[in-house]
Each structure stands twice: as C-alpha cells, then as structure tokens.
Design a binder for this molecule. Structure first.
Ligand code: AP5
Length: 225
C-alpha cells in the first residue's frame, strides 16, 4: 500500500514560535521544513533576482506579492525531498495563497493533514520578536530573556555571532502584526471551515507548546479523511 504524503501547515502570527517548533516537529515526522521566510532570506543573502524583489517588502514588514510567493513554494514542494510531504511554516499567508495551494494539491492528489495554529497575544509577540537573536552561521534561534545563550551574543551550538533580524525592530514588528491581522487571520477561517484547524496555546513554555503541538498533529494525522 502506498502511504499518503503528510502535509502539515503551521500557522501563527510573527513571533508565535513557528520556527522554534517547526524544526523539531519536522525532524520528528521525518519531513522537510519548508519556511517561506527562510527561503526569502536565503535569496536576499545570495543576492538573487527573487531576493532583490522580496527584500523591500520584507524590510517594510509587508507581504511579498502572492504571484512571487506562490511560484516559489510550488517549486519547492516539487523537489524530491518533498515526495513524502512537508511541514509548511509561513505559507499560506493570504487567502489567494491558500487557494493556489489547494489547486496544486488537487493536481498532485495530496490532502492537508493538519493546520495547527499557535495562538499568542500581541504584547507577548512584541516581546518575543524584539528579544529574538539568531546565529549568523547556523541559524539557531535564541531569546535574550526566554532562551538566552550561555555567553551573551555567542551561539551555543557553533560559537557563531548572534544578530537581530532587521524586521524585528519594534516599529517593523508592529507593522508585521498589523499585516498579519489584516491579511493572514482570514486564512485561519479558511482552514477552520475545512475542519483542519487546531488551536495550540502558544503562551506556555517552549517544551509545553511542543508537547501539545505534537500530540495534536499526530491525532489529526490518524483521523481518516
Ligand atoms: P517569516 O520569517 O515567516 O516571519 P514570521 O511569520 O513573521 O515569523 P517569525 O519567524 O518572525 O516568528 P516565528 O513564529 O517563527 O517565531 P520564532 O520561533 O522565531 O517572514 C518574514 C517575512 O518574509 C514576512 O514579513 C514577509 O515579508 C515575507 N514572507 C514570508 N512568508 C510569506 C508569505 N507566505 N507571503 C508573503 N510574504 C511572506 O520565535 C520568536 C522568538 O520567541 C524567539 O526568540 C524564540 O526563542 C522565542 N520563543 C518561541 N517560543 C517561545 C515560547 N513558547 N516561550 C518563550 N519564548 C519563545
């Protein structure tokens, strides 16, 4: 019997902890972690044409246009490492992106397994975003209060220098949250109407969020379509 690919879509506002949780969950499920923001940042770093198009939107805390984003993710999902499925983080973020994904999934005969949504209140999100630090070498994510490195400014994993994402400044983080509530919140209703959305309390500690998330996703994967 050929098993169905697994497609998990992790949703939540900027700073909810999607990246923190997605890396671990993807590893446990044996799926590639497909994070639209990471792919864009990689293009910006390499100075590609896609990166040059995306950067002004990212710097302003706004969404990259749908046509660019949809083409990028559909291409990524067609690579061989996604044959068994993927964990999507940061996509879809608009209703047209969700619809385009559905059209593509219908073509390749895939179903969405679960859409966990990490809920966190706005003041906590702003605190998480402004305190986040990332390793320039290996991408490990820290927080100056909630997940501090052993030595300030130095990565525990590889010893690389930590930096602050330019879009984590308070002003840009506020804009990102506004954009989220205007353009991404309607995607939650889109998946709720399909019976796929499961809400996770994201204000627990990192380990508690992971345990709740993992259990919810695994139980959704076992529900026959
Ligand atoms: P993207 O990179 O996707 O950013 P985001 O959604 O804004 O999410 P973040 O990466 O900021 O937060 P996260 O939820 O992953 O939180 P994290 O785990 O790091 O997008 C960036 C930009 O790219 C967008 O603004 C847009 O321009 C563009 N883009 C991307 N996708 C797009 C799309 N589909 N369409 C159009 N444009 C797109 O955690 C945050 C901090 O909190 C960390 O410091 C962490 O250590 C800490 N933390 C995590 N969990 C906890 C916890 N439980 N308790 C305490 N601290 C915690």
């Amino acid at each position: 019997m050929v098993s169905q690919p697994i497609l998990v879509i992790l949703m939540g506002p900027p700073g909810a902890g999607k990246g923190t949780q997605a890396k671990r969950l993807a590893a446990e499920l044996g799926l590639p972690h497909v994070a639209s923001g990471d792919i864009f940042r990689e293009h910006v770093k390499r100075g590609t044409e896609l990166g040059r198009k995306a950067q002004p939107y990212m710097d302003r805390g706004e969404l990259v246009p749908d046509d660019i984003t949809i083409a990028m993710i559909i291409e990524r999902l067609s690579r061989p490492d996604c044959e068994r499925g993927a964990l999507l983080d940061g996509f879809p973020r608009t209703v047209p992106q969700a619809q385009a994904l559905d059209e593509r999934l219908a073509e390749i005969n895939w179903c969405i397994s679960a859409v966990p949504y990490i809920r966190v209140s706005e003041p906590v999100l702003l605190r998480r975003l402004s305190g986040r630090r990332i390793c320039r070498n290996c991408g490990a994510v820290y927080h100056i209060e909630f997940r501090p490195p052993a030595r300030p400014g130095v990565c525990d994993v590889c010893g690389g220098p930590l930096y602050q994402r330019p879009d984590d400044s308070l002003e840009t983080a506020r804009r990102r949250l506004q954009v989220y509530f205007e353009q991404t919140a309607p995607v939650l209703a889109y998946y709720e109407n399909q019976g796929l959305l499961v809400e996770i309390d994201g204000e627990q500690g990192i380990e508690e969020v992971y345990a709740t998330l993992r259990d919810s996703v695994i139980s959704m994967m076992q529900v026959p379509a």
